[in-house]
Design a binder for this molecule. Structure first.
Ligand code: UDP
Length: 323
């Protein structure tokens, strides 16, 4: 099969490219390198079954040509990272909505199945843990920039589901929970690459808020197994799936765990949200996926532990790959 991956030079996209190639498929990556990096796909360049195009997936002609040459499209291109969203809301909203419109429209003309990457952010402040795909989305006021990301992704989801229901375009949506591993950059605020970088440099590890907020972290190698598998299941068309891990940890505990595994003597400091993200920032206290649905279709559950994730990120940064 021939796969097109938009955002394929990004953290998750490049691991998905590795996975699909290892399964014997051909891969074409489309990426504008806005948050992705050519270093993420440098190892793939010599392969005859791999191609890439550096361009924007907002361009209908570029997308049309690549869709023509593909059997299935993975749409991962998006503006991601809470920091980027707070700092560049126009870019976030426009990129996330426009790219998905273009990809779905062009894929629909050729009836090529599309995978749409969404995010656990869409559950917002919902207290209904663990989050189920059919649960309500509870977002904050439009004056609070963070929620723009969730809203833009929710529109992407609505559009993908509408294409399936109204036009019979096969689409699958996955809500990715906190995904971590080698190649993830801390530049856009992601917590584990940040903590690891700080611990290795002996700098203070900055925990935002009171550090009691909890997250579940899933290894990117587990995540791409689910992504690669899900498009092979017709019963997944028109459906939304959670993908992530269920092991919760507080950010304070995470900072301690990173410091221990890095053998670092960094101090751990609390930084108020206002200082980290600017005034009026809202964080969510907890976020846990219900994995019943993905497990039923794919028999998938994450295999790697948090310690394995931390060790892989530590190795990656120690190898000089940076954060
Ligand atoms: N966070 C932190 N220190 C950092 C970066 C993030 O304490 O240097 C916190 C952040 O406020 C959030 C959690 O870590 O509560 C996870 O943040 P991330 O941006 O990785 O993902 P999110 O779950 O917010 O999408």
């Amino acid at each position: 099969m021939r796969y097109l991956i938009t955002g394929g030079a990004g953290f998750i996209g490049s691991h998905l490219a590795d996975e699909l190639l290892s399964r014997g498929h051909r891969v074409h990556v489309l990426d504008d390198l806005s948050t992705g990096s050519i270093a993420n796909i440098a190892h793939l360049k010599p392969r005859p079954d791999f191609e890439y195009t550096i361009d924007s997936c907002e361009s209908p002609s570029v997308v049309a040509e690549l869709v023509d040459e593909s059997d299935v499209i993975y749409h991962l291109a998006a503006a991601v990272g809470v920091e980027l969203i707070v700092q560049s809301p126009v870019r976030t909203i426009e990129t996330n909505v426009r790219c998905t419109e273009v990809v779905l429209d062009r894929a629909n003309r050729k009836q090529k199945p599309v995978f749409i990457a969404s995010t656990s952010e869409v559950y917002g402040k919902s207290p209904a843990l663990p989050f189920q795909e059919e649960g309500d989305l509870v977002l904050g006021a439009t004056s609070k920039g963070r929620w723009a990301y969730a809203c833009s992704k929710a529109i992407d989801e609505f559009l993908a589901i509408a294409y399936w229901r109204e036009r019979k375009l096969p689409t699958v949506v996955a809500r990715l929970f906190n995904t971590v591993g080698p190649r993830q950059t801390g530049r856009y605020g992601m917590v584990i690459p940040n903590f690891v970088r700080q611990a290795l440099a002996g700098q203070p590890i900055t925990v935002y808020g009171d550090g009691a907020q909890q997250r579940c972290f899933c290894h990117v190698h587990d995540v791409v197994q689910a992504l690669a598998g899900i498009m092979e299941h017709e019963e997944a068309y028109g459906e939304v799936f959670n993908i992530g891990a269920e092991e919760e940890i507080s950010m304070l505990k995470l900072a301690e765990r990173v410091r221990d595994r890095a053998d670092s003597d960094s101090e751990i400091v609390l930084l108020p949200y206002d200082q980290a993200y600017g005034p009026g920032f809202e964080d969510m206290a907890r976020r846990i996926p219900d994995l019943t649905k993905i497990n039923a279709v794919l028999g998938w559950a994450p295999q790697r532990t948090l310690d394995e994730i931390l060790d892989d990120v530590l190795d990656h940064q120690r190898a000089g790959a940076g954060a």
